[in-house]
Design a binder for this molecule. Structure first.
Ligand code: ATP
Ligand code: MG
Length: 550
């Protein structure tokens, strides 16, 4: 029996955040869970945000609570409606549901009123120091800051000046509003932080209504409180800001006061995970766009064919912790591979086709293939075998190394789910390139009823030349080079040769499949099918080989 608290299931804690929530439910400090996912609409969401969603939406779901979509739009110059729409689409794709869609800008009037309240309490003042002067007088980790000469302004003067700031009487940066806390605090964030600044910029939602904007650290606790957020879950870089978050709540008398809890960011090797850099890649044309399949954006992952359950599985396995760390990209790929191995139908395509003629075979026949041998319910399908086939160029060798079990003159190989063939002859062009291999098949060797008595060690895949479709096959490398380059500037780590395009041949079932379907191309990898300008495109989702060491 799970203990119950005021109608809420006290789920078993699987991480430190759930432990905290369980304790609070038990003690009666909270009676339910309300979270928010707080993207800033200044770019597309990336896989790091998937982790934040997993934490915010996932925790709320687990406790039967609610999660809002909260757009942190306190920075008018960088935000765009295009991004708002993309963010919504990405969250829906991830299968999460937000309770309400709210914007920091919805609360601008309340935040303004709260600032006035602080002034009236003698807890905030208008300061004329420039941003540079404020920085210079802030002190260091070992030295206290110096008090602003404007710190002693009367409440009346502060109210008047703040009103004038709002009315647009001053230029950007000419004045600001600062909380009056403690210039000697060991936490620099508490040394009279700026809470309002002047910015004559049009906002994507409020237009020209405001020319003063609240700073994130001031807006955030107020917005959380206004939404009824119980747990404000954010990443570790906000840990030092928590005392300010708490100061705002205490000073303004929030009850119940939301609690900020920080968890470690998701970092992954070989991936750029900052909107600023991702934007640069798009602007520099290093990728085809925000949704380029090599991009770690959710739009990119979707376009790549990465299944949502694999992303969630990865977030769950990477875990929610307090310690920053970097995760191997191979670990993510292993999660994707594991999901696709269980769910993707099998199919055949050859990347660099070499013609193979079965000289003693006439006509054609159907052979059986398991749709997915790991899924007995998936059943079987028919593939037409014939005299003229295509195989991978790399599956034939004129000069085979020892233990080469694929096609070599005089050797035997099984054509997957069909017959054993003996390779008799290679046809070459004037330049010495092999253009065709000629084989004879063993009629008794059909898969499932092999009476040939011949053991073929190698099994290779093939497509029937008469029914095959031309396919463009795209393979990808990582956008960033590996961990050896860690710490170096990202432009030095860029891999400018990360997309490789090949001409191939695919069995007709792939041409007939729906766009967006994923397949395991046997012996090749997991691929997504698409059609571009009438052309069949097979693009790599993840390689077949698991080179990650769990
Ligand atoms: P970026 O540096 O990529 O711009 P950000 O933190 O500025 O990221 P926001 O839009 O402010 O992006 O983030 C929304 C939420 O997602 C925040 O709570 C943030 O902490 C969280 N988040 C962003 N990146 C990661 C990450 N790599 N791992 C976990 N959470 C993240
Ligand atoms: Mg941010």
């Amino acid at each position: 029996m799970r203990p119950r608290h005021k109608g809420f299931d006290m789920a078993e804690a699987t991480n430190f955040i759930e432990q905290i929530i369980n304790e609070e439910l038990e003690s009666g400090k909270v009676t339910g869970v309300q979270t928010r996912f707080p993207p800033e609409p200044n770019g597309y969401l990336h896989i790091g945000h998937a982790k934040s969603m997993y934490v915010n939406f996932g925790t709320a779901e687990k406790y039967g609570g609610k999660c809002n979509l909260f757009f942190d739009d306190t920075n008018p110059s960088k935000e765009k409606t295009e991004y708002v729409e993309a963010i919504r689409a990405d969250i829906r794709w991830m299968g999460y549901h937000w309770e309400k869609e709210v914007y920091a800008s919805d609360f601008f009037p309340v935040i303004y009123e709260d600032a006035v309240k602080l002034i009236k309490m003698g807890k905030a003042y208008v300061c004329d120091l420039s941003a540079d002067e404020i920085r210079e007088t802030r002190g260091t980790l070992t030295e206290p800051g110096r008090e602003s000469p404007y710190r002693g302004r009367s409440i009346e003067e502060n109210l008047r000046l703040f009103e004038e700031m709002k009315e647009g009487r001053y230029a950007d940066g000419e004045k600001c509003l600062r909380a009056k806390i403690d210039m000697a605090s060991p936490n620099i964030n508490l040394r009279d932080p700026v809470i309002y600044r002047i910015l004559h910029a049009a906002h994507h939602r409020t237009g020209d209504t405001w020319c003063i904007y609240p700073m994130y650290d001031f807006a955030h606790p107020i917005c959380d409180y206004m939404q009824g957020v119980t747990h404000s879950l954010c990443t570790l870089e906000f840990e030092d800001h928590r005392p300010l978050y708490d100061w705002v709540g205490l000073t303004l008398g929030f009850s119940p006061k939301p609690r900020q809890i920080e968890f470690a960011r998701l970092n992954i090797t070989n991936l750029v995970m900052s909107k600023r850099y991702l934007k640069k890649l798009v602007e520099d044309g290093a990728v085809h766009g925000w949704d380029d399949p090599r991009m770690p954006t959710l739009a990119g992952l979707r376009n790549r064919g990465i299944p949502v359950p694999a992303i969630k599985d990865f977030c769950a396995r990477a875990g929610i912790t307090k310690a920053n760390s970097e995760c191997e990209i191979g670990y993510f790929e292993a999660c994707v591979r594991e999901y696709l191995n269980a769910h993707a139908p099998r199919a055949m395509a050859v990347v660099e086709p070499l013609k193979l003629t079965v000289t003693n075979y006439e006509g054609s026949e159907e052979v059986d293939f398991d749709v997915n041998q790991l899924d007995p319910e998936a059943g079987t399908r028919k593939v037409r075998f014939g005299r003229t086939l295509y195989v991978e160029r790399s599956d034939f060798s004129l000069d085979p190394p020892p233990k080469y079990y694929r096609l070599k003159i005089g050797g035997y190989v099984r054509l997957k789910n069909a017959y054993i063939v003996r390779c008799d002859e290679a046809v070459t062009d004037e330049a010495g390139n092999v253009t065709e291999v000629k084989c004879t098949y063993l009629p008794e060797s059909r898969s499932g009823s092999d009476k040939s008595g011949v053991k073929a060690k190698g099994v290779i895949h093939w497509v029937n030349a008469e029914t095959a479709a031309d396919a463009e096959i795209r393979k990808y490398d990582h956008l960033l080079r590996d961990a050896d380059y860690a710490g170096q500037d990202f432009s030095e780590r860029m891999n400018y040769d990360s997309e490789h395009v090949f001409c191939g041949k695919a069995e007709p079932a792939l041409a007939a499949a729906a766009d967006g379907d994923s397949f395991q191309l046997m012996r090749t990898g997991y691929y997504k099918k698409a059609t571009e300008g009438g052309k069949l495109i097979l693009s790599e989702i993840v390689s077949l080989k698991d080179n990650f060491n769990k």
